[in-house]
Design a protein around this ligand. Sequence first.
Ligand SMILES: Nc1ncnc2c1ncn2[C@@H]1O[C@H](COP(=O)(O)OP(=O)(O)OP(=O)(O)O)[C@@H](O)[C@H]1O
Ligand SMILES: [Mg+2]
Length: 257
Amino acid sequence: MLVTLASAKGSPGVTTTARVIASVWPGPSVLVDADPAGGDLSLWSSAPDGTPLDPDTGLLTLAVEARRGAVQLEQHVQRIDGGLDVLCGVQSPGQVASMGPVWPTLGGVLRAHPGTVVADVGRLGPDSPAMPLALDSDVLVLVVRPTIEGFSHLRERLRWLTSIDSGMRALPALGIVAVAEARDAGTVRDLEQLLAHEGLRVPVLGTVAVDQRSADVVAGRIQRGIDRSLLVRSARQLVEPVARLAGTRRYAQGGVA
Ligand SMILES: Nc1ncnc2c1ncn2[C@@H]1O[C@H](COP(=O)(O)OP(=O)(O)OP(=O)(O)O)[C@@H](O)[C@H]1O
Ligand SMILES: [Mg+2]
């Protein structure tokens, strides 16, 4: 199963949310840093023995192998502290460009993996090289903060995504996750209705708690256990709705077959 997380605009917390969802996902999972704007995961994480990850092993080495033929995802992932397997992303615009024709094939490679793959594609727009990967996903989750601008950019991005004519190809099921405080629960609940009024039937799958200290741990800024944190507990609640939505990929989404 390929679960992709993206944002419409800003930095609502895609990388943090993807990292936590991948680590709480039951069964084997791989976290893929596919943000063409430059990956954060290799900077945030270290190997179980505390040594830094090799930033050049990941998408770049996978792209080299993909040009030669079949790809073994396992050969390009690195295990990080806590036990999660991560495919490190690209760092520079030159590296993004050097992947060139491999970007459109990535979705197929990741979908072929027997476990769950959680991919972070960063900000998603028509010019993003990660767009084919997003469209190959079983579920594409847009992460948003509950602000007027956040909702407005999300709505525009959903209008665009639901208007994509994919021909005979199935499109990913679309869902929304809000990074929000408990006091914003009502606003987040209203979002689904607001969108539905505009003909955008995209479910709000849940909320990731705003939990700055735990987000700092995820980003490697401080060391602490976060297993019982608000952040991790809220991410656990998302697994079931995300997995359920992923099962609906083949059906029409927003009128697009
Ligand atoms: N659940 C959360 N609670 C508190 N802070 C958070 C949470 N998620 C993310 N943050 C903080 O928000 C900032 C942006 O997070 P992150 O890098 O995950 O966002 P992003 O959407 O991936 O951004 P970018 O588009 O720059 O890649 C970081 O400082 C991060 O620690
Ligand atoms: Mg990010």
